[in-house]
Every structure is written in C-alpha cells, then in structure tokens.
Design a protein around this ligand. Structure first.
Ligand code: NAD
Length: 476
C-alpha cells in the first residue's frame, strides 16, 4: 500500500482558553467552591483546558436562572420569535463550522473527516429543522396550543458531544422550554463554545445554561426539585439509576441508552457494498456509537467471501492523528474507555473466540485501539452480549432468515439493526420482526433530524428527532 503525505487540519482556527467557568444566566461564572478538572486531548494526552466543576449550589443557580428565563421571557415569546433565535444559532454554527469541528476532534479524538462532514453539519441541521417547528406547534398534531414543560435538565455523553447537545437543546427551545445541560466530563469544550454562540446570537440570558462536571453534577441536576423534564443520553446503568430516582415524581423523562446492534448480511447482498456498511457500522467514530453494528450476522453460504473482503478492507483503515484528513479511525476518548475495551476484548479471547486485527502502527502517546474482529463467537459470549463501545466487531453466522431474526433479537438492547439483501420483500419481512428502534436497509449509521431515533428494552424510552422529538418537550 502506498503512503499518504500527512494532511493535518490547522488547529490555529480554534482559540482554547486556559480555563472556563460555568455558563449561567448568559454569563461565564466561577463555581461557588472553585473546584475544577482538566480536559485533555485523547490523541496526545496534552491538557487542553481547566474546566469548572459545578456543585449543588451552582446547579441551584443554573436551575433558578432557567426558571426565571422561562417564566419571564421564553414562555411568553411567540414561536416565530423563538424560531429566529434558533435560525440564528444554526447559521452561526455553519459559519464557525471549521473551528467547531477542529475543537470537537481535539477534545474527543474523532477524525476531523467525521466531525467536519458528519457531526457539525448535522448539528446545524438539527437547529434549522427545529427552528421550523417553533411557530407551528399548533399544527403538529398534538392538539390545540400544546404547552412547554418548563425547565429541562439534560445530560449527555462524550461520543458525539455537540451533536447530542443539539438533539437535546434544539427541540427543547423550539417547544418553549429553557434548559440546563451537562456535557460529559471528557468532552466539555464544544458545549462551552456553544455557550459563546448563544451569547453571539443574543439569546436571552438563562434560556440555555451549561454546567460542567462529572456524574455527581449530573445527579444533582436530574434530582433537582426545580426541573420539569429530564433528557438523558448515556449508559444503561446510569439510565436505570435515573429512572429509579425520578419514579413517583412529576418529571417527564426520556432515556437514550446503550445498544448492541445486529448487522445482518444475506447471501444475495452486494458484498462490496455490505462490507463498506459493516466497516461504517462498527469503525465509524472508533465504534463509540450507541447504535454501532457491533454484532455482524453473516449468512453461512457467504461467510468466507464476506470475511476475506472485510479483512482486506480493514487492512486499509488508517488509524492515527484525528486532525489528519486521511484518518479513518482516531483516538479512543479516554484512558478509562480504553481500559473497558481492552478488558472485554481480552475476555473475548479467553472465552474462545478468535481475535484478528490488521497490522497497524499506533502512536506512542494517547489512547488507541486497533480495529478488531472476533470470529467463532457464540451468542453466550460476553463480547456478543455486552456493549463494548469501541472498534471491536463480533462475527456470528446464521442459515435462515428466521434464525437471523432470533439471533438479532437475542439481546437486552433494542436500538438499531442493519439488513443487507437484494430483496425488498425480505427487508420489510425483517423490519417487521427486528425489535429495534431503527432498522437500516442496505446502509448503516444514517441520521437525519426529521427521523425519530430511540430504543426498545434496555436501550431506553422516548424518541429524539423529528416530530416525535418535539413531543417529548410538550405537555400533550
Ligand atoms: P455514562 O452514563 O457514564 O455518562 C453519560 C453522562 O451521564 C455523562 O455526562 C456523565 O457525567 C453523566 N452521569 C454519570 N453518572 C450520572 C448520574 N448518576 N446521574 C446523572 N448523570 C450522570 O455514559 P458514557 O460512558 O459517557 O456514554 C456511553 C454510553 O452512552 C453508552 O452506553 C452508549 O450506548 C450511550 N449512548 C446512547 C445514545 C442513544 O441515543 N441511545 C447515544 C450516545 C451514547
């Protein structure tokens, strides 16, 4: 294989401050007790900035600011005026897209190709889409004059930091709510840049508040008596704890949790196309994707050609500097996540599955994991059951469509699935039987703001995106 010359994106387009306060009531403020933590670049372990850690007093302050903004300004503003702010935010995101993409890749470790071409365009698209709904709530099919809920507490993970923020904030504001959002502790920087964008857009103070911190800050926020709605995206374990803590309260809750998607390849599928879909399904964003196609189910008759082609393709994936425009697989987001991926992968080997990775040189600093597949996996293996959230694929086989459905559904999760076949009738037959919120046919990991997304079973409840996503923020 020939070598590419490095093509790094310039990081001079971003201006990272040495330290950041909390964004409350339209201003950056110091936390009450002055505690902070560091956010690092996972590709180099370089410290990027010092981030404030919000305690209970700060969360109280942020919720009070959101309540005041709701009562005095946002709930009284006509939808068409709320829409103007959302359109303005969407346009600023587009204008500053390159800067935001570089910052996202620096803090998260994802390849610039993805932050530039997928994450940030989708962020802008979400704000444009929900801006369009803000003055049409009466016509959304939720009955006459649906009302906002009030103050929304929103907690998001680190895998798509700004995209998850947009999934939360855009529908909440369009529906007339105000928000307090907590980004993940390893990826706070684009949420803080978003706070600056709110200032740039002249959004009234208190409509959006950003409190940074770890799990304890998130817990204070979701358990706060002053919030009316909780929107959480993250692990099933924390989602269950939140569901328990709000049981019996009047808070409305949506939970977007983990997944263990099956990507099902039938013998009549175009193999080259399916292999691209398998690679996109599991190696996109280092596999840090709740709907990643982490279980490949291949029909036995095409197992060998599919595996041979997949290995050839994997040998051409470029792992390395996230800011290099040639990079396919960037850094693992944190040392803790790398440790989880390693532990589960080692267990896969101990359980008897066969492990394979292409030869690849990993950088000396930072957190890296080579793209990996396990063959000879059975349904009882932990690598087939548990979410690895990394670039690790388990390969299983099936003989009949019924067996494919049985195996695909044999999981505590139900977020997404993929089907690869030449026959439209088989796609519909499978989609009817797969217990998954999203079923992609002859493609994978396709997102659009107009389309609802969410899970069954332990993947959570509620839908984000589309008209359904709006409903979660309205009293209907
Ligand atoms: P996590 O649950 O550890 O953390 C998610 C967020 O919750 C973080 O901001 C964290 O600080 C906060 N948090 C932690 N403990 C909390 C508590 N007790 N109360 C309130 N907040 C708390 O998950 P993670 O490791 O950051 O993210 C990976 C997980 O997210 C995976 O399981 C993945 O599948 C899931 N995810 C789901 C979707 C979806 O739409 N279904 C999308 C992206 C990620």
């Amino acid at each position: 294989m020939f070598e590419y010359a490095p093509a790094p994106e310039s990081r001079a387009v971003v201006d990272i401050k040495p330290s950041y306060g909390l964004f409350i009531d339209g201003k950056f403020v110091d936390p009450a007790d002055g505690t902070s933590f560091k956010t690092i670049n996972p590709a180099s372990e370089e410290v990027l900035a010092e981030i404030s850690e919000a305690g209970q007093a700060d969360v109280d302050r942020a919720v009070a600011a959101a309540r005041k903004a709701y009562d005095k300004v946002w709930s009284k503003m006509p939808g068409r005026d709320r829409a103007k702010y959302l359109y303005r935010i969407a346009r600023i995101i587009q204008e500053r897209g390159r800067e935001i993409a570089v910052l996202e890749s620096l803090d998260n470790g994802k390849p610039i190709r993805e932050s530039r071409d997928v994450d940030i365009p989708l962020v802008a698209a979400h704000f444009f889409y929900y801006a369009g709904w803000a003055d049409k709530l009466d016509h959304a099919g939720f009955g006459p004059s649906p009302r906002a809920l009030g103050v929304a507490a929103q907690v998001i993970p680190w895998n798509f930091p700004l995209l998850m923020l947009s999934w939360k904030i855009a529908p909440a504001l369009a529906a007339g709510n105000t928000v307090v959002l907590k980004p993940a502790e390893t990826t706070p920087l684009t949420a803080l840049l978003f706070a600056e964008i709110c200032q740039q857009a002249d959004l009234p103070p208190g409509v959006v508040n950003i409190v940074t911190g770890a799990g304890e800050t998130g817990r204070s926020l979701v358990e706060h008596a002053g919030v009316d709605k909780i929107a959480f995206t993250g692990s099933t374990e924390v989602g269950k704890a939140i569901a328990r803590s709000v049981a019996g309260s009047r808070k409305k809750v949506t939970l977007e949790l983990g997944g263990k998607a099956a990507n099902v390849v039938f013998e009549d599928a175009p193999i080259d196309q399916a292999v691209e879909g398998i690679v996109n399904g599991i190696f996109f964003n280092q596999g840090h994707v709740c709907c990643a196609g982490s279980r490949l189910l291949v029909q036995e008759s095409v197992y060998e050609p599919v595996l041979a082609s997949l290995k050839r393709r994997m040998a051409r994936l470029r792992v390395g500097d996230p800011l290099d425009k040639n990079t396919d697989i960037g850094a693992i987001n944190s040392a803790a996540q790398l440790d989880r991926i390693r532990t589960l992968s080692d267990i896969g080997g101990e359980e008897g599955a066969e492990r394979w990775s292409p030869p690849c040189d990993l950088p000396d600093h930072g957190f890296w994991f080579a793209p990996t597949i396990f063959t000879g996996v059975t349904q009882a293996h932990r690598i087939a059951r548990e979410e690895i959230f990394g670039p690790v694929l388990s390969v299983l086989t099936f003989r009949t469509p019924a067996e494919a459905v049985e195996k695909a559904n044999n999981t505590p999760y139900g977020l997404s699935a993929g089907v690869w076949t030449d026959k439209g009738s088989r796609i519909l037959w499978m989609a009817d039987r797969l217990r998954a919120g999203v079923v992609w046919a002859n493609t994978f990991n396709k997102f659009d703001p107009t389309s609802p997304f969410g899970g069954y079973k332990e993947s959570g409840y509620g839908r984000e995106g589309g008209r359904h996503g709006l409903e979660a923020y309205l009293d209907v």
